[in-house]
Design a protein around this ligand. Structure first.
Ligand code: PRP
Length: 217
């Protein structure tokens, strides 16, 4: 039996589409409700908070996972990336109220000393350091867009997909940093020790992703 770690939340729909397209059984997975472990055919699916998916693979409880490149980067865990699924695309960005954006105006030094709220403290620290900007970080676990409105931070560093959460909270993108998408990953150990049992399913997913990309074009 192969075990897959999958993210809950908005990425789960993309994960189900990919697995189903690759011919894996997903009927029970679609009706998971509050069940966190689903066994279907020769697969076990673990439904995990997106930020915890890389650890599920790293600690060997899952053979494979679909995880956002944002949480993979933040986890700083050495994993083998097998495929970019091109699903769940969004960008990481610095965003803030118009007044902060105005102050920034393309000059990163305008952000010096600002307080930045984020779920991604490691990535934020590295990103701002690469610009030579010293900032203060405020770690939040979600609803990051609240922070500037409440005076908890000057700006945020977060993922932006449709931009509707930013708009609803009076924030605008100041600077986009890196693109994000759902990746198929495995632990380095599993790839070395268990590749024969994973190869067929990895190839099916790869084929589905490539074929569906051609259809989309
Ligand atoms: C993510 C992210 C933003 C939002 C962006 O949060 O942290 O808040 O989605 O998406 P949008 O550009 O389409 O509005 P998520 O919905 O995963 O919930 P969270 O804030 O609880 O982490």
């Amino acid at each position: 039996m192969l075990t897959f770690a999958l993210p809950t939340g908005r990425s789960l729909a993309y994960a189900i589409e990919i697995l189903s397209g690759a011919g894996l059984p997903v009927e029970k997975l679609k009706k998971a409700g509050r069940n966190l472990v689903i066994e279907e055919g020769s697969f076990r699916y673990l439904l995990s908070k997106p930020a915890d998916v890389p650890a599920m693979v790293y600690y060997g409880v899952a053979d494979l996972a679909l995880a956002g490149s944002d949480v993979i980067e933040e986890a700083e865990i050495a994993l083998t990336e097998l495929l970019d699924t091109e699903r769940g695309k969004c960008v990481m960005a610095v965003a803030g109220p118009a007044a902060i954006a105005e102050k920034f105006k393309g000059d990163i030094s305008g952000l010096m000393g600002l307080k930045v709220a984020t779920k991604y403290t490691r990535v934020a620290e590295k990103t701002f350091a690469s610009w030579g900007a010293q900032i203060k970080l405020l770690k939040l676990h979600g609803s990051v867009e609240l922070a500037p409105a409440l005076g908890l931070s000057d700006c945020i560093f977060d993922i932006v997909e449709t931009g509707s959460t930013l708009r609803a909270n009076g924030l605008i993108v100041i600077k986009e940093t890196s693109p994000v998408s759902l990746r198929l990953v495995a632990s380095r150990g599993a790839v070395q020790m268990n590749w024969t049992s994973m190869a067929e399913v990895v190839e099916s997913i790869e084929k589905y992703v490539k074929d569906s990309a051609k259809t989309i074009q």
